[in-house]
Design a protein around this ligand. Structure first.
Ligand SMILES: Nc1ncnc2c1ncn2[C@@H]1O[C@H](COP(=O)(O)OP(=O)(O)OP(=O)(O)O)[C@@H](O)[C@H]1O
Ligand SMILES: [Mg+2]
Length: 224
């Protein structure tokens, strides 16, 4: 599904090498954890995979198709149709309700009002935030915002879910709810890539990649 060949990402600031020759193949249906210290390049990698960032050199294939760096329209189309992204800082739109925030991917895809209503309620219920739908982001807690961001990423039933520290602000119970939901979606064939520091999350994945200084230092598949 995803193939990265010699992907490098340089930043001019401090002459940083955020990713150093990453070679990675991810098949459809994988439930993959990416671990590594702060600054290792985890967000950079997942942002490149999800077309939120450009790389400096190398080749990227998404569903066997080579993705050119300047093909913004194509990237946008692939992203809105195929990818659900839980970003590290939630990125909820402040002046709009939780309902509106969660419904955004469906609005972009032109779904009917009825369909949007039912799908938003379904996923919000699953994330245990169905009573918060009329609130604004500044009136809910960090953990609730995190679950709203996850709901927004899942509402569209994407083929690929990219989640950057999706359980960082959650208590154990809500973390379990999220892991269980991810596993259920994965069992339906959805590919999931999770950046995590959390052992409980990584332990539930069937492949764990360690990143250090922009390089993959280990890549282990776990048998069920
Ligand atoms: N916009 C930027 N400009 C310059 N350097 C950057 C930029 N974004 C990230 N970096 C640098 O690239 C490296 C990798 O950053 P990245 O955000 O991918 O780390 P991370 O593994 O996600 O860390 P964390 O666990 O803290 O989220 C770091 O050294 C960081 O300082
Ligand atoms: Mg990060």
């Amino acid at each position: 599904m995803i193939r990265l060949k010699n992907i490098c990402k340089h930043y001019k600031v401090n002459n940083t090498v955020a990713l150093d020759n990453i070679d990675l193949a991810i098949d459809q249906g994988e439930l993959l954890a990416i671990r590594g210290k702060s600054g290792a390049g985890k967000s950079t990698l997942i942002n490149i995979i999800g077309f939120l960032d450009n790389f400096s050199s190398g080749d990227y294939y998404f569903q066997s198709e080579k993705i050119e760096q300047n093909a913004y329209k194509k990237q946008l189309k692939l992203r809105s149709k195929n990818i659900g992204f839980v970003v590290q800082n939630f990125a909820l739109i402040p002046d709009h309700t939780i309902f509106y925030n969660i419904s955004l991917p469906l609005l972009y895809q032109g779904y009917s009002k009825q369909k949007i209503e039912s799908r938003v309620h379904e996923v919000a219920k699953r994330m245990n935030i169905d009573t918060l739908l009329n609130k604004l982001p500044q009136h809910i807690s960090g953990g609730e915002s995190q679950r709203a961001a996850i709901a927004r990423a899942l509402v569209n039933k994407p083929d690929l879910i990219l989640a950057d520290e999706p359980t960082a602000s959650l208590d154990e119970k809500n973390e379990e709810i999220i892991i269980e939901y991810f596993k259920e979606l994965n069992s339906e064939g959805i590919t999931i890539i999770i950046v995590t520091h959390d052992h409980a999350v990584a332990n539930q994945c069937n492949r764990v990649i360690d990143l250090s200084d922009g390089k993959i230092t280990s890549d282990n598949r776990i048998q069920d």
